[in-house]
Design a protein around this ligand. Structure first.
Ligand code: FAD
Ligand code: NA7
Length: 454
């Protein structure tokens, strides 16, 4: 009997899983029956931008946290697929930090080429899952027709992402704040912050990038507020970093060091929750956002029931190529090419990775740790090995570039680890580029499409 596999989510992780199975099929393997559930009308997950916030047209929580103006926050050379290069997709060198639409085009390009769309049930949400003696029962709803289906699967791969359900802490007096308050999940564009005094709470990617977007779009003052550690970049004039905001009153904010600011808007850049409302607690991952969520052998196999897998559940230095490494590994476990050790051996392996993670001293070592994790996976499959040490060097150079100039690091270029091609210098520096469209990005300067006014 052919096994039935459910993939939940067709974001970059689910797409990697589809690609992994397709690659095996192209290589002559018999693959299981696959159903990929995707609640949105298209694939791409976070990269599938929506103007909507809060609740979508079907009454479901809006998935994507991406904003219109997002440009890659790390060099594309660090996330390139080993089996589908940027050169192959675009046919010419592009810059190292492309805007959202360009990366969406790239990830979609690989799977469009292999016709795996046929496996995806779009506009279909997984509602609940139950463990049975020989697998799982999965209930899903077609959000367009309202039809619900309950069916049986042998294995489940959870690829539903973990940057969708915002972590929304309370702050004293916020109920009295007279300006606008939102979480980064609902932020869609910084244009409306022009001339405003804006407070970002948080000290990670979202605070840094939304803060710099606000600065780029002409915010009068951007104040970043950290709980544990300042990001400590050499912020441009008009951007400052203070300890945690501890009290709000009207439009006045008091900070832990006694500073006071009047602000017009607050963006809570306080991260996201792992949340899997379609899984019972016996199957749902519960973890802070970290590089090795506990309970997953090789970061993918659910220790308590190894017929359940997660792809993309870790915090991410590496992204697309890490999802590939995981997807190829999961595929090979399912195809029987990789034999899982017994529960005790798996637990020991999890403990080993957790102990190494706990001992990491800094960001640089986190990158090396994730590179080693990816290497460990790729060595067990036929996914093309790539120069992970070189990617680590690129990440280190990226960190250094950010230290030098947080407003201009996106103008730097790196060579591809996959093809050796040097990235092109984008025709317009990021700080001056007000058009984030793929058309503008790919059109040489001087051509009509690149001279639109904003
Ligand atoms: P997601 O992209 O979140 O996709 C999950 C999919 O699952 C979605 O399509 C969703 O609709 C679907 N789904 C969820 N629940 C269900 C359900 N019950 N039933 C059916 N379908 C369901 N990474 C980078 O490499 N570079 C960046 O510059 C970058 N910027 C980012 C900016 C923001 C604001 C955020 C939030 C993330 C960013 N990331 C970036 C990281 C991002 O998480 C990954 O690039 C990638 O999108 C993760 O892929 P995923 O498939 O694991 O999850
Ligand atoms: P992260 O990277 O998980 O960071 C969350 C930040 O929020 C981090 O600085 C936390 O501070 C801070 N935080 C969390 N809770 C609080 C409270 N209660 N008070 C103050 N600060 C708090 O999330 P991001 O959104 O930045 O990034 C997630 C993804 O989106 C990433 O992949 C990006 O590419 C885009 P801490 O350091 O723990 O004190």
């Amino acid at each position: 009997m052919v096994e039935r596999i459910a993939i939940i989510g067709a974001g970059p992780s689910g797409m990697a899983q589809l690609r992994a199975f397709e690659a095996a099929r192209e290589g002559g393997a018999e693959i299981p029956e696959i159903v990929c559930f995707e609640k949105q009308s298209d694939w791409g997950g976070q990269w599938n931008y929506s103007w909507r916030t809060g609740i979508d047209q079907h009454g479901e929580p809006v998935h994507s946290s991406m904003y219109r103006n997002l440009w890659s926050n790390g060099p594309k050379e660090a996330l390139e697929f080993a089996d589908y290069s940027f050169d192959e997709h675009f046919g010419k060198p592009i810059s190292s930090y492309p805007p959202r639409a360009v990366l969406w085009d790239y990830i979609a390009g690989r799977v469009e080429a292999s016709d795996v769309r046929r496996f995806v049930r779009f506009n279909t949400i997984v509602r609940w899952t139950r463990e049975t003696e020989d697998g799982f029962t999965v209930a899903s709803e077609n959000l367009t027709s309202g039809d619900t289906v309950t069916e049986q699967f042998d294995r489940i791969i959870v690829a539903s992402g973990h940057f969708s359900f915002p972590n929304v802490p309370d702050f004293e007096g916020l109920e009295n704040f007279t300006g606008e308050v939102m979480h980064a999940h609902d932020f869609r564009g910084a244009e409306r912050l022009e001339g405003k005094r804006v407070l970002m709470i948080g000290a990670s990617y979202s605070a840094e990038d939304i803060g710099m977007q606000a600065h780029k779009m002409g915010a009068e003052l951007v104040t970043l507020s950290y709980r544990s550690h300042a990001m400590g970049f050499d912020w441009p004039d008009g951007v400052e970093e203070l300890p945690l905001a501890i009290g709000f009153d009207g439009n006045r904010v008091t900070f832990r060091d006694g500073s006071v600011r009047e602000v017009d808007a607050v963006v809570l850049c306080t991260g996201y929750l792992h949340k899997y409302p379609f899984l019972p607690d016996s199957l749902a991952l519960s973890s802070p956002n970290n590089l090795y969520p506990d309970g997953l052998y090789k970061g993918t196999v659910w220790q308590q029931n190894p017929h359940l897998f997660y792809v993309g559940a870790q915090d991410q230095w590496f992204t697309f190529n890490m999802f590939d490494a995981q997807a190829w590994f999961v595929r090979d476990v399912i195809l029987g090419r990789i034999e899982l050790p017994d529960a005790e051996e798996r637990a020991a392996d999890i403990r080993h990775w957790l102990a190494e993670y706990a001992a990491l001293p800094d960001h640089d070592s986190e990158v090396v740790y994730q590179a080693n994790y990816i290497r460990d996976l790729i060595e067990r499959t036929d996914y093309p090995m790539f120069d992970l040490d070189e990617v680590v060097r690129i990440f280190q150079a990226w960190q250094q570039d950010k230290q030098v100039d947080i407003a201009r690091y996106r103008d730097k270029t790196y060579p591809s680890v996959m093809t050796g091609t040097m990235a092109a210098v984008h025709h317009t520096p990021w700080l001056e580029e007000m058009d984030d469209s793929i058309e503008r990005y790919l059109t040489p300067v001087g051509h009509p499409a690149s001279s639109s006014e904003h």
